[in-house]
Ligand binder design. Structure first.
Ligand code: UDP
Ligand code: MG
Length: 322
């Protein structure tokens, strides 16, 4: 029998975990598959680690990776993928916004031969501002990236073993998993679903963390911003050349007086602005290059439960201890 593993990143989700686990176990158990669950505790500070310990204690198919601190959602998902056993892995958020009941429809497409089945949010249960920001983000990502990254397809997806192995072998540290998943290619399909509201509590992805994820996605999957700087440079130099010809003509031929304080100021400010933007863009890339060259692991594991320690295709670095 084939095995399906659910990977769930969790950060301070004590009020959701019991409900999440029972719904997940019920759905997984209802399919003619062997199953496992891997919770990745992303350095939670509430009762989450204890609840996870209890869940793992009472069910050997539930495994836990406790990270040594909060590393971030995408890093937690990557850690889960690195240790998840099984012929396919389904990733879902731990706040029940991705309903476990959708999993069988993802499995169906996998059995029909698709290597990646991503769930598409039919409509977001978020406020208008967040919705607008998300749709602009996806619009920008589609415009900038040569890769076809589907809109409104987040973490919630099923990936075949072959895809998971490929993603695990990608050594990059700024990980936008939905982008890496699209990068692999092969037969991929989307399945629409109704995204639920968060079961309890506030989003754990703070605006700052979301912004970091968005910039990781944009800068990791596009080099267009870098090239846009040189494009702007060409346009501006072209305009400057025309103006120069005009200035020389007026000075040497017609002898008109110079009265252009306003035009000098605007062009100085304009050029200054463009240069700063270009520098900023270069900075974004250099910062990421710097991070990659440092070669630090993207997560550190404090402890495994019900998972062969250090196993998996990409053994994760471990803080020694129990
Ligand atoms: N999460 C995580 N690490 C973090 C932030 C969030 O593992 O630093 C988990 C969180 O517990 C949840 C999932 O990622 O299971 C989605 O987070 P959230 O609901 O806050 O994000 P959103 O719904 O805004 O995408
Ligand atoms: Mg959520």
């Amino acid at each position: 029998m084939r095995m399906l593993t659910a990977v769930v990143p969790v950060y301070n989700e004590e009020s959701i975990l019991p409900e999440l686990n029972s719904r997940l176990v019920e759905v997984l158990g209802s399919m003619p598959l062997e199953w496992r669950i891997v919770y990745v505790d992303d350095g939670s500070r509430d009762g989450t680690p204890r609840i996870l310990a209890d869940l793992a204690e009472s069910e050997s198919r539930v495994g836990v990776v406790h990270l040594s601190r909060n590393f971030g959602q995408q890093e937690a998902i990557s850690a889960g993928l690195a240790v998840a056993p099984g012929d396919a892995v389904v990733v879902l958020d731990g706040d029940l916004q991705d309903p476990p009941e959708v999993i069988p429809s993802l499995v169906e497409e996998w059995e029909a031969g698709y290597r990646v089945v991503y769930a598409i949010k039919r409509d977001r249960k978020e406020g208008p501002v967040k919705r607008w920001l998300f749709s602009s983000f996806y619009w920008l990502l589609r415009k900038l990236s040569p890769l076809e990254i589907p809109s409104n397809a987040g973490n919630f997806s099923l990936m075949d073993r072959s895809v998971v192995d490929l993603i695990n072998r990608m050594p990059e540290r700024h990980r936008y998993v939905s982008g890496l998943r699209a990068y692999v290619g092969g037969p991929q399909i989307g399945v629409e679903f109704e995204r639920a509201a968060r079961y309890a509590g506030d989003p754990r992805q703070s605006p700052r963390k979301l912004l970091r994820m968005a910039s990781d996605a944009l800068f990791a999957f596009s080099d267009l911003p870098l090239r846009a700087a040189s494009f702007m440079g060409f346009v501006v130099s072209g305009v400057a050349f025309v103006v120069l010809v005009d200035v020389l003509y007026k000075r040497l031929v017609t002898g008109e007086a110079i009265l252009g304080w306003a035009s000098v100021m605007t062009s100085v400010l304009f050029l200054g602005g463009i240069q700063l933007i270009a520098l900023g863009v270069i900075g974004e890339y250099i910062g990421r290059i710097y991070d990659e060259t440092k070669g630090r692991p993207s997560v550190v594991v404090a402890r495994y439960r019900n998972l062969p320690a250090g196993s998996g295709p990409a053994a994760l670095p471990r803080l020694d201890g129990e």
